[in-house]
Design a protein around this ligand. Structure first.
Ligand SMILES: Cc1ncc(COP(=O)(O)O)c(C=O)c1O
Length: 382
């Protein structure tokens, strides 16, 4: 079987009425129907708490770690369950060192959860936050490599920019950071699940992804990869469920100095979220069956059509190789038409405006008719 063969359309697995053109997975994905069912069953279990046994506080999280490890190409022990990207980034910031005068590198217009935390760390340590300006040609990697110097302590980056999908070659950045002994923190919220990622190649110190976009998961759950060298670090809270042998509920006041193995010490308190974890687990099963190496080119075929047609209308699009396959950012040389998003929404077309870019992000539920509907509504608006 061709491991990269395109996938057939999966709209039947989602609750998207005909006539809705939802091109906004980067905002939040719709939940697959089966994930919603799994979540409803999980939530219902709390109506009958006598059915919830101590091992169930841990099992779903463990199943999630195993499936998520495939997406990171990591060991399941290297993953923590977190409630948000910002939580994972706070864990990273607490466990990385910056000396006075050293710098932390971010991209221009980076997502705020991956900005404020570094701004604050730089302030606390008398360090400097260096914001790399957006390159006109979309080649972030080149400008990043020019910015890394022997004063760099941390680069905190995405795999692709959240406004327009422009790519960062994280493996090349890692090599440059190795030369100056700096740490790499990556926010995969806009890529994990839709884009192949390889922890073995990129070797991030920390990598986080909120689950409600390309992992097709619920809001308020995310995943944090912690490299083995940081797994003896300090969590930002002390949940009893992160200590060793926590499953023995009758012995919890025999306080334990040891944490559970690997990255589990960084799990959020009450990680056994009975309503949300089954949703994520089910969505990860779907992604495992589809496989990211097939999702990525399938979405790439859609975004190629969108960028070609947009270019024919005179819009600016970032071209290969600087754009992620699953992501399109369209810019209007004459400036954004007023009220564009509202105008499109009146035609049941849903996209996001981020900065000066119209973000168009399909998924496996997107049909040719959705793309047609987008362009016909766009033509009315410009
Ligand atoms: C790149 C990126 N990171 C993170 C998030 C979400 O951050 P948090 O989980 O802290 O709300 C988003 C949401 O749009 C995002 O685009």
């Amino acid at each position: 079987m061709d491991t990269h063969a395109l996938l057939p359309n999966q709209r039947a697995l989602f609750d998207i009425p005909e006539g809705i053109s939802y091109l906004n997975c980067a905002y939040m994905s719709p939940l697959p129907r089966s994930s919603l069912t799994a979540g409803a069953a999980g939530l219902a279990s709390k109506a009958q708490p006598w059915t919830i046994s101590p091992p169930q506080f841990f099992e779903t999280a463990e199943d999630i770690r195993v499936l998520a490890a495939l997406l990171f190409n990591a060991d399941s022990d290297d993953l923590a369950i977190v409630p948000s990207a910002s939580y994972g980034l706070a864990v990273a910031a607490k466990n990385l060192k910056v000396q006075a005068g050293q710098n932390i590198i971010v991209l221009a217009d980076q997502f705020p959860s991956n900005f404020y935390v570094w701004k604050d760390l730089a302030r606390q340590q008398d360090g400097r936050l260096v914001t790399v300006p957006r390159p006109a040609d979309g080649d972030w990697t080149r400008v990043l490599l020019e910015s890394i110097d022997d004063q760099t302590a941390i680069a905190a980056l995405p795999h692709c920019h959240w406004t327009d999908g422009t790519l960062v070659d994280l493996a090349a950045i890692r090599e440059a950071l190795d030369r100056v002994g700096a740490a790499l923190v990556v926010d995969l919220t806009q890529s994990l699940g839709a884009m192949e990622f390889d922890t073995a190649l990129v070797r991030p110190d920390f990598a986080v992804a909120a689950a409600y976009k390309w992992l097709l998961g619920p809001y308020s759950i995310g995943l944090l990869y912690v490299s083995p060298q940081h797994q003896q670090g300090t969590p930002i809270e002390h949940s009893w469920t992160s200590r060793i042998d926590a499953v023995h509920f009758s012995e919890l006041t025999r306080y334990r100095a040891d944490f559970a193995e690997g990255a589990r010490r960084f799990d959020v308190g009450e990680k056994a979220n009975f309503g949300l974890l089954p949703v994520l687990l089910n969505s990860l099963k779907l992604i495992k069956n589809w496989r990211v190496e097939r999702i990525q080119p399938t979405l790439g075929a859609m975004t190629n059509i969108i960028t070609e047609r947009a270019a024919n209308l005179g819009l600016d699009v970032v071209s290969a190789p600087y754009r992620a396959d699953h992501f399109v950012g369209l810019r209007f040389p004459q400036g954004l038409p007023k009220d564009l998003a509202d105008c499109l929404a009146r035609n049941k077309v849903y996209v996001s405006i981020r900065g000066d870019s119209v973000r168009v992000t399909p998924h496996l539920y997107t049909t040719a008719a959705d793309i047609e509907q987008f362009f016909s509504a766009l033509k009315k608006s410009i």
